[in-house]
Every structure is written in C-alpha cells, then in structure tokens.
Design a protein around this ligand. Structure first.
Ligand SMILES: Nc1ncnc2c1ncn2[C@@H]1O[C@H](COP(=O)(O)OP(=O)(O)O)[C@@H](O)[C@H]1O
Ligand SMILES: [Mg+2]
Length: 295
C-alpha cells in the first residue's frame, strides 16, 4: 500500500482583505495518488490556484487537514514545510517565474541549493534534466534569450530536478501559442508517464482536460465533480464514471501501477543528513523559489 502523494480533508481557505473575508475554498476533500494525471478545471475565481497553492504547501489551510507526503502540514514549522515542499513538490506556473539574470542551468539547479547538494553535482543534475526536456543545447542561455516555450521547459526542469512525487502546474500553457502549448503539454505527459511523477494541472481547455486520466471540476470553492477515464473520451463514447466528491482511501487504478517515487532523489542530501539550508538559502514561507520575485 502506498501513501497518497497529497491528501486534503475538508479544507477551507478564507482570505481576509480590508475587513472582508472571502472563502476561496469551502470544504474540499481529495486524494492525489502516486503517478496520477489529473486535470483541474473551473471558472476564473473558483479557487483553482488557491487549491494548487495548498496542495503544494505554499499556503496553509484556514481549516481542515492537509497531508503532503504523509505529513500533516498543520504540525510543521515554516522551515519544515519548506523542506517538505522541496522534497515532495514541483511547481510550474503560467508565467514561468525564472530568475531573469541567471542561466538556464543555474535556474534549474536552484532547488538543489536548498538541499545542500554541491555545486558541481547540482550543475550535472540540472544539465541532465535540461537534456530530458530537450534543452541540452541551451544550458547557458538566460531566460530573455529563450522563447516562451523554452522558458517553460526550463521551469519544468527546475520543478523536476528534485524528483518530486507531485508536479503541480497552474495553467502551464496559458502564456504560450497553441503549437508551443501543445509541445509543452506533451512534455508534461511524457514526464508523468516515464518518471511516475503525479501531474496535477489546471487548464481552461476542455480538450486538454479530456486527455487527463482524472478530471476535477471546481466551482465556488467546492469540488463539483471528480471523474476518472481510462482514456480520453475522444470518440464521444467514453462516459466517465463520476466519483464521490470526497474520494475514499481506495487506490485509484486509472494511471496503472505507478512506478513510484525515489524519495530524496540522487541528490537528496537534506533528507540524508537532516541539514537545513543556511538562512540565505532558505526559501521564504511564501515560496520565494517558485513564486519567483525575479520578474
Ligand atoms: N491573496 C488573496 N487575497 C484575497 N483574496 C484572494 C487572494 N487570492 C485569491 N483570492 C480570491 O479567492 C478566490 C479564488 O481565487 P483563485 O484561487 O485565484 O481562483 P482561480 O485560480 O480559480 O481563478 C477569488 O475570489 C479571489 O479573488
Ligand atoms: Mg488561477
């Protein structure tokens, strides 16, 4: 029996803004298993990004229980949560969020800094990961010397260099033209199939959502449907089975026998030594690394 990659139980998230409270999530329960490919759809403002931030430990719930990699986030200090995020989660955003004055290889190597991996090994792992996303010939380019599709590939390589259990992608093709977006999508799907990283992707595109093995529809801060398909219902005959919006702990089979996740990865020095990053290396609780203040 494998531990779910991420589990949310009756999760709420209420924002307080100018004395007004907005409940962006109003009791969401879901389980993401190892190796799944999940599309999250829903209208603008329905709470999709809020949900992604919570699933990735970038934010904490106002209520309910959130368990990432088997650990309840409410029990963790901010540095512990940052370390768990570094070990377990990769993020890809619509706006790439790369460090502007930093080469592709050093952008990708950055999450390994937080793990205490040595400079040479970081670069080797980052270069290898860039090779896997088709950018082995762009190691020393800076983001402004790369196309949008290439920048998103760098962001994907950065998200996966730590060999996370889950890749959370919030509208990853939203800033790309359709042909480039399709190539990025195919890359994400290939990495999900090859490496067994669970892929949870927010999309506006129904056709894209239909390619996922599981589709979660969010509206008004609630999960309205959660359905599995064995294959995309491209011929119109694949009527998905609708699941209870609060899924049980039963294992899902849609993604087959996931090859699992090597905890810590080849450079999992932090896991092995328990070493915490030095203060200047440490991600801020808001997730400096992934939310990128680099513009
Ligand atoms: N930091 C925040 N402060 C206050 N309200 C927020 C914040 N982030 C999101 N919201 C509100 O929460 C709701 C859900 O937002 P969001 O999760 O970004 O939706 P989506 O990604 O589906 O478009 C919206 O009403 C939005 O205005
Ligand atoms: Mg959003």
């Amino acid at each position: 029996m494998t531990v779910p990659a991420v589990e949310a139980v009756d999760v709420w998230r209420t924002y307080e803004l100018d004395g007004v409270s907005v409940s962006a999530l109003r009791g969401v329960s879901l389980t993401i298993d190892q190796g799944e490919y999940v599309a999250v759809i829903g209208p603008s403002g329905s709470g999709k990004s809020t949900l992604m931030h919570l699933l990735g430990g970038l934010d904490r719930p106002s209520g309910g229980r959130l368990v990432i990699g088997g650990r309840d986030v409410t029990t963790l200090t901010a540095p512990e949560l940052a370390t768990l995020r570094n070990e377990t989660i990769g993020f890809v955003f619509q706006a790439f969020h790369l460090l502007a004055r930093t080469s592709a290889v050093d952008n990708v190597a950055l999450p390994l800094v937080y793990r205490g991996v040595g400079a040479r090994q970081r670069r080797e792992q980052a270069a290898a990961m860039l090779g896997r996303v088709g950018l082995g010939h762009r190691l020393h380019h800076r983001p402004n010397q790369l196309s949008g599709g290439e920048q998103q590939r760098v962001a994907i390589a950065r998200a996966l260099v730590t060999e996370p259990a889950v890749l959370l992608a919030d509208e990853p093709t939203g800033n790309l033209d359709s042909a480039t977006g399709e190539a990025v999508l195919e890359l994400l799907e290939r990495l999900n199939a090859e490496s067994g990283v669970a892929l949870v992707m927010v999309t506006h595109d129904q056709e894209v959502a239909a390619r996922a093995h599981r589709r979660i529809a969010v509206r008004d801060g609630l999960i309205r449907s959660d359905s599995l398909h064995d294959r995309p219902p491209s011929d119109g005959s694949g009527v998905p089975a609708t699941l209870d919006p609060a899924p049980s702990a039963e294992p899902r089979s849609a993604s087959g026998s996931g090859p699992g996740h090597p905890p810590g990865g080849p450079g999992g020095a932090a896991g092995a030594t328990g070493r915490l990053p030095r203060a200047e290396e440490r991600p801020r609780p808001s997730g400096r690394l992934h939310r990128g203040d680099a513009g």
